[in-house]
Design a binder for this molecule. Structure first.
Ligand SMILES: Cc1ncc(COP(=O)(O)O)c(C=O)c1O
Length: 414
């Protein structure tokens, strides 16, 4: 017997908690959950320590500290969007996770439909259920060495009950960066059917290839007044534990987001908001982002090459923290069936924890032959994971995996 409400019962325990616990139990290298194993820029950490000592440590205002909202609005307009009014259009939340919940709970009526791209970040579906709304799914599929969706399938998923389309670009778990054409097709449908776009852009600053560019959904013509854009300090500055996120939306939509936010968390840690405001406008912190991207690019290239050597079939991600790799050629000889069994075997036998991406799908077939690797880890940790995988799979490991710049080009889309 369980006391868990019927709304939440179908979702069990989040796969991140499950895999991280299994990784600890087996002393596995944790390439499952997407958190860096080094902290963000020193100046940011110093700003937090200073704020803790020098500022008041009581409740912040409900929508967030004015200084942080102003800094968020400033970065937002510098990123190619219209100017946002910090007072009526920016809300600080407990990570992007709360921004997702507040947006869906604040905007959806029971029975409304929301379109999610599958595979999806797992909290979307749960929050849609908590709002008594109904998800409809459009698949993001492999296309050569990239991932894409079919705009016709998206159009077909819209019904008279559709209220919103939730877009995640850059995308977790595939690392796809939605291009101009795809986004324009989404925008056209939103305008034609009078839909809200909810844009989760937490990996906006982690685009790793020069030929890809993050485009904010709200920056497309006709979209600013119907888009709620969500993001997070955690991914940008490697402080995922701070849980500072935000929602930017026109005043009417912001009122709905805040209507839920006030009763979910009311306000977010005051000293960390001071530090976040500092980071978003400090040249040293912003320059640090280049270092982060360079490191992530190297890690990605190293791991992609090693995974290919090991018999996986990785698809080069263009942004974010994750590599999706087909595991069939590794799992078949070991008689392991499916991504869940593979992720468990890798964690308990190879002692390298990964995520089974079927946790992000409703169609069990969509990601069954793949596993997701997080590469936001120190190079020596990635290196040790590669060694363990070589031992487990029985493929001799090259002395080194040096990364000439051509590596990523070789793996780019055909
Ligand atoms: C796509 C996506 N959205 C939201 C989140 C949650 O962000 P936060 O840690 O700021 O709550 C994550 C975290 O992994 C994510 O990948």
């Amino acid at each position: 017997m369980t006391s868990v409400t019927s709304r939440l019962r179908p979702f069990g325990t989040t796969v991140f908690a499950e895999m991280t616990a299994l990784a600890r139990e087996h002393d596995a290298i944790n390439l499952s959950q997407g958190f860096p194993d080094t902290d963000g820029p020193a100046a940011l950490l110093d700003a937090a320590a200073r704020a803790l000592r020098e500022h008041d440590n009581q409740y912040a205002p409900l929508p967030g500290l004015p200084a942080l909202r102003a800094a968020i609005a400033q970065r937002w307009s510098e990123g190619g969007n219209r100017a946002a009014d910090p007072d009526s259009e920016v809300t600080v939340t407990s990570g992007c996770t709360e921004a997702i919940a507040a947006t869906l709970l604040g905007l959806l009526e029971p029975g409304d439909e929301v379109i999610l791209f599958e595979p999806f970040y797992d909290s979307y579906r749960v929050c849609v259920a908590l709002a008594d709304a109904t998800p409809r799914f459009v698949q993001i599929r492999r296309a050569g060495n990239d991932h894409t969706f079919d705009p016709e399938e998206l159009a077909d998923a819209i019904t008279p009950k559709t209220r919103a389309i939730l877009i995640n670009t850059p995308h977790n778990p595939t690392g796809a960066v939605f291009g101009q054409t795809g986004l324009e097709s989404i925008a056209r449908l939103c305008i034609e059917h009078d839909l809200i776009a909810i844009a989760d852009e937490v990996y906006e600053h982690l685009v790793l290839d020069e030929d890809r560019q993050h485009i904010s959904v709200a920056s497309l013509p006709g979209m600013a007044d119907r888009t709620v854009t969500l993001s997070s300090l955690g991914k940008t500055f490697s402080v995922t534990g701070w849980k500072i996120g935000w929602a930017i939306a026109p005043p009417d939509l912001t009122t709905a987001v805040r209507a839920a936010h006030q009763f979910l968390t009311y306000a977010i840690a005051t000293p960390l908001q001071h530090a976040a405001a500092f980071a978003l406008s400090d040249p040293e912190c912003l320059a640090w982002l280049d270092t982060l991207r360079t490191q992530l690019r190297t890690n990605r290239d190293t791991l992609c090459v090693a995974l290919a050597d090991l018999g996986f079939d990785p698809i080069l991600p263009h942004a974010g923290y994750f590599i999706m790799a087909d595991h069939a050629r590794v799992s078949a000889p070991k008689k392991i069936d499916g991504d869940v069994a593979m992720a468990r075997a890798m964690t308990t036998e190879a002692r390298v924890a990964v995520i089974p991406p079927s946790a992000f799908c409703v169609d069990p077939g969509l990601c069954r032959s793949q596993v997701r690797f997080a590469f936001c880890k120190q190079p020596r940790v990635i290196d040790e994971a590669i060694t363990r995988l070589h031992e487990w799979i029985g493929v001799p490991r090259p002395e080194n995996y040096p990364q000439p710049p051509s590596v990523s080009r070789n793996l780019k889309p055909d």
